[in-house]
Ligand binder design. Structure first.
Ligand code: FO1
Length: 313
């Protein structure tokens, strides 16, 4: 299969399929565009959690229990910072901190987030292109019953417990796609929406100036994998957010959000009964086992997705 596949991903859920794709495709055929609206500054350092989750996953460094952070990492520095009065609710490991120190230094020297991410990936031996959605600053914030919160404050400090009334993607209106994203939007042969949180991971990417329209007009196959299985999120607060924003969580609800953006919608076998309604939305419903618990699961789903992305599918 020639040409690039453009995968859009958030953090842990998306990284699983990205890893599967990395096992199936030659590295030069995979471009992963990652949400950066979760980025935050901690202890004066620039932290890009989703970029790092995808990068560590492809580098074989990811902590298999959490999906984020580095396996076997220690928290000596964080404990010392806490003793000095710094907030320590965001668990930054010692080795992970090295990534943020290096990123911050390279950004301060004038590098773009794209260039700095490429450098970090090169240093960690990641051959696939992992690129930020934009080199501009975009930040998710949430209007909750406890006031407006920055993304990580809501997600980690408050464990997604506050009731969400609205979600804002500050800066998205005037952010432009990163150069590699721009190029992939023009040249990729297919687009894959990884099973990432529709509100917190994929929407920020879609809200970057012009991206939604470009994906609506994209002429190749566009495959989405549902992050909602049997009415529950595989991971994270997606189902809770659907409810709080006034919708019943289901694969069908996810598919409705993808009308005009995807041509094939992959839903789990437990949601088979929804396939007809998904078809009726004007996309092809494909039923598959989407649970990615083992490396074999990830490769199997990635092969299916690549099959759907081929011109003769
Ligand atoms: N998630 C947590 O639930 N608790 C943490 O303390 C935490 C720390 C953390 C440090 C570095 C990093 O790259 C990710 C980290 N995450 C943590 C995950 C992160 O908040 C989320 O995965 C994403 O932002 C949502 O996709």
């Amino acid at each position: 299969m020639a040409g690039e596949l453009l995968a859009l991903a958030g953090g842990v859920g998306g990284a699983k399929l990205v890893w599967g794709l990395s096992q199936v495709l030659p590295p030069e055929q995979l471009v992963v565009v990652v949400n950066t609206a979760d980025d935050e500054e901690f202890h004066g350092l620039q932290v890009s959690p989703d970029l790092d989750t995808v990068m560590y996953t492809l580098a074989g460094l990811a902590n298999p229990e959490t999906g984020w952070g580095i396996t076997g990492d220690t928290t000596t520095v964080l404990s010392a910072l806490e003793r000095l009065g710094a907030p320590a609710w965001f668990k930054l490991g010692d080795r992970d901190l090295a990534t943020h120190i290096r990123r911050t230094e390279l950004l301060r020297k004038g590098g773009t987030l794209s260039a700095v991410t490429a450098e970090l990936c090169r240093a960690l031996g990641v051959k696939q292109r992992i690129v930020p959605m934009t080199d501009n600053r975009v930040r998710t914030s949430l209007l909750t019953d406890q006031g407006v919160m920055a993304f990580q404050e809501y997600f980690v400090k408050h464990r997604c417990q506050p009731r969400v009334r609205d979600i804002m993607y500050e800066g998205a209106d005037w952010a432009s796609p990163s150069p590699a994203f721009e190029q992939a939007l023009q040249e990729a042969r297919a687009v894959v929406y990884c099973p990432s949180n529709p509100f917190l991971s994929l929407d920020p990417i879609l809200e970057v100036l012009g991206v939604r329209r470009r994906l609506q007009q994209f002429s190749g196959p566009r495959i989405a994998v549902s992050p909602i299985v049997g009415g529950e999120a595989v991971k994270g607060p997606a189902a809770k957010l659907f409810k709080e924003l006034g919708q019943e969580p289901s694969a069908l609800a996810v598919a409705r959000r993808m009308v005009g953006l995807c041509s094939v919608f992959v839903l789990d076998t437990v949601d088979q009964s929804l396939a007809q309604e998904v078809d009726a939305l004007g996309m092809r419903a494909v039923v598959a086992d989407t649970m990615m618990n083992t490396p074999e699961d990830k490769v199997r789903l990635a092969k299916q997705v690549c099959g759907l992305a081929s011109p003769d599918a």
